[in-house]
Design a protein around this ligand. Sequence first.
Ligand SMILES: Nc1nc2c(ncn2[C@@H]2O[C@H](COP(=O)(O)OP(=O)(O)OP(=O)(O)O)[C@@H](O)[C@H]2O)c(=O)[nH]1
Ligand SMILES: [Mg+2]
Ligand SMILES: [Zn+2]
Length: 332
Amino acid sequence: MSPSYDIEDDQRYQRPRRRTRPRTKDRPAHDDAAEGLVTTIDRGRYTLRLADCDGVRTVLAMTARALGRKAVVVGDRVRVVGDVSGAGGSLARIVEVVPRVSALRRTADDDDPVERIIVANADQLVIVTAVANPEPRPRLIDRALVAAYDEGLDPLLCLTKVDLADPETLLSTYRPLGVPFVVAPRGGDLDPLREWLRDRVSVFVGHSGVGKSTLVNALIPGAGRATGHVNEVTGRGRHTSTSAYVLELPSGGWVVDTPGIRSFGLAHVDPRHLIGAFEDLDALTVECPRGCTHATSEPECALDEAIADSHIEPERVESFRRLLDSRESSER
Ligand SMILES: Nc1nc2c(ncn2[C@@H]2O[C@H](COP(=O)(O)OP(=O)(O)OP(=O)(O)O)[C@@H](O)[C@H]2O)c(=O)[nH]1
Ligand SMILES: [Mg+2]
Ligand SMILES: [Zn+2]
């Protein structure tokens, strides 16, 4: 963002000058720009939700060339100049991205160096899993958990299609980790889920067809998210949702509906950070030899000693190690 940018904008849009304080170099270059939330992106066009003294409105925007491609993701707070009226045909310009508090990332594969940010500024990762149709894939859940812990998002396991099968099998896998869960019956009581979502920024992730958009529609009257059928033969969803979409909850907070994912590549994750998400285990590892990864293969890991001395449940350590291993193994 060069200084000439300001001059150009002032001339072109003739915005009222409101320079009561002189510019200093540690203040943003666009201190008179409006601030908006990127709710979705479609072919280089950014939909923003803008709230100011004129009320809340939807504004379509492009990005300033200086920002580069892919600099702005769904969930970003951005500063925007130009025509921010939201009138039909108007196009504003994003000139700055407000520093993110979080960025949920994944790579296509574990050896893929290109990481994508699924959504910015979320604080809760809701791993939506159908208990059947499509069949749950614990590897994907494990990997989503690792991504959540790595980025400091609180994970929540949300089980759908409980009319089709008993959720207990799946839940028993995650109990030792202490991952919170909630059951979301279609057409049933969603209040427990609403409580988890209240006043938070929650991103729904999961395979195609697990019912993410169905949930969003049930939580937000008028959301109008398209939903698709799951193929009876392959058990696969149809990838109905094609881009991430931020919606406001009537009970307070935000949810982000995302397209179904086939995999959750973790190339960007440093497995050494994972232990930090488990305070009790982390405390035990002070006795580990230097450089211990705490994996099953480590000969002198203090976690094994702690199990032998009954200081910790073996299932908890095993579950932690399963997450640690999920970085190495395929999720399919
Ligand atoms: N039996 C049953 N079907 C459900 C339930 N929830 C959703 N479905 C069905 O599952 C199918 C897929 O739902 P969607 O909401 O489109 O799934 P999605 O996770 O948004 O899928 P993508 O957008 O492709 O990622 C639809 O036919 C829904 O009606 C449920 O609780 N029980
Ligand atoms: Mg969907
Ligand atoms: Zn160790």
